[in-house]
Design a protein around this ligand. Structure first.
Ligand code: FAD
Length: 378
């Protein structure tokens, strides 16, 4: 007879590995299943680095979540003995009235987060790699920084496994269903049963959520550039993470390299739309020409021809906010997805929320913004 688990977690990437970690901390019998071997380079949580910031231009209601995430990342660091979060500071750049600058200031004021305003001249002095236009300003947040996503996932899984998490990797979930009051999960290799289910399958969530929701999978092409001049100005002590208003509908973001990978500069918007299984992983040289032009203009000390390219998936919602909560049709299923290109920094707290949702049926964190059925109400 099949063993029955308290919870099955489908997808052990950024969110699922954190959920498994929190579930194990609460003493449950948990099975985690992943179609690859996490951490891996096929989903949304790879590529060396992710931005962490607390002042949140996408909405002040993210701030308490970012603060809790920060505390949990630090706890995970202590427990694992690994460096996971480097606080190197961050700058949000653009014309004074743009959304990036104003959204950051609004959320910082609302939560009394310390920040500094820097003029283009002050930026040139303090962070000489950045070439701002005269009318641009920067909001500097000292506690922003960089997470190392592969190390974060590894740390969560290692600790969870040491506390009894069972995992099945290289095993794709085909479908799941509610049977006899519990959950049955069918994979390519077996059938597993549990009381509760967490679905955190990233760009593959549209195949697994089991209700209609407008999620759009977008192929992103992050790029890393080596320095041509003055390599020291691209070191983490002189080069903060950044988000930069470029045009009204185009932002760029980036961060320094920590392990020789180069300085990451990438577009936040744009990219091929499709399904995670079908989107082409090959990138043509024409596709990276726009980011090369932009780098030449804004970071002229980088070598636009010494570039490393990767692909990765955003899973976007129409409003850019996450999908996080109980499944609309099943009380014993919690879902997490639609992170719209800004979810990684929150994995630690989202893991906690998912564990609350399946164990207690509710969470003390405010997740009303992420209601999975909000698009059906439009
Ligand atoms: C280029 C890029 C840059 C980004 N930059 C930032 C940033 O700076 N800061 C930030 O906060 N966020 C950033 N993000 C967003 C962030 O990385 C994502 O929101 C986050 O990684 C999503 O985690 P996830 O767990 O949902 O997905 P994933 O980590 O991809 O995990 C999903 C897992 O589910 C597994 N899976 C899928 N289908 C199945 C199946 N059928 N059976 C079993 N397993 C399955 C997959 O193998 C995978 O391991 C960025 C994203 C990209 C692509």
């Amino acid at each position: 007879m099949n063993k029955t688990y308290d919870v099955i977690v489908i997808g052990l990437g950024g969110m699922g590995s954190a959920a498994a970690y929190h579930l194990m901390k609460k003493g449950l019998r948990v099975l985690g299943i992943d179609r690859f071997q996490p951490p891996h380079q096929f989903g949304s949580s790879h590529g060396h680095t992710r931005i962490f910031r607390e002042a949140y231009l996408e909405g002040a209601s993210y701030v308490p979540l970012a603060q809790r995430a920060h505390a949990l990342w630090r706890r995970l660091e202590e427990e694992s003995g690994k460096d996971l979060l480097a606080e190197i500071g961050g700058v949000m750049i653009g014309p004074e009235n743009c959304e990036i600058v104003q959204g950051t200031i609004t959320s910082a004021k609302q939560y009394n987060l310390p920040y500094e305003m820097l003029s283009a001249k002050e930026m040139a002095k303090r962070f000489p790699a950045f070439y701002l236009a005269e009318d641009e300003v920067a909001v500097y947040e000292k506690t922003a920084g960089v997470l190392f996503p592969e190390a974060c996932i590894e740390a969560c899984l290692k600790i969870a496994i040491s506390e009894g998490l069972e995992i099945k990797t290289d095993e794709r979930v085909l479908k799941w269903g509610q049977e006899g009051g519990g959950i049955t999960v069918y994979t390519e290799k077996g059938i597993y049963k549990a009381e509760k289910l967490v679905i955190s399958a990233g760009a593959w969530n549209p195949d697994l959520f089991g209700f209609t929701i407008p999620l759009e999978v977008q192929r992103k092409v992050p790029t890393w550039f080596q320095a041509m001049n003055k390599p020291e100005i691209f070191n983490p002590d002189q080069f903060p993470i950044f988000c930069w208003h470029y045009t009204n509908d185009l932002n760029i973001y980036g961060m320094p390299g920590f392990h020789g990978e180069g300085t990451k500069v990438a577009f936040h918007q744009g990219g091929l739309i499709g399904t995670a299984d079908e989107l082409d992983r090959e990138v043509s040289s024409e596709e990276i020409a726009p980011i090369q032009r932009l780098v030449a203009e804004r970071f002229p000390d980088l070598n636009i021809n010494d570039v490393t390219i990767d692909t990765c998936f955003y899973t976007n919602t129409p409003d850019g906010h996450f999908v996080l909560g109980k499944h609309p049709n099943y009380d014993n299923v919690a879902i997490a997805g639609g992170f719209s290109g800004h979810g990684f920094k929150f994995c630690s707290v989202i893991g906690e929320i998912l564990s609350d949702l399946v164990i207690k049926g509710k969470t003390n964190h405010d997740i009303t913004l992420f209601d999975p059925v909000r698009f059906q109400k439009l």
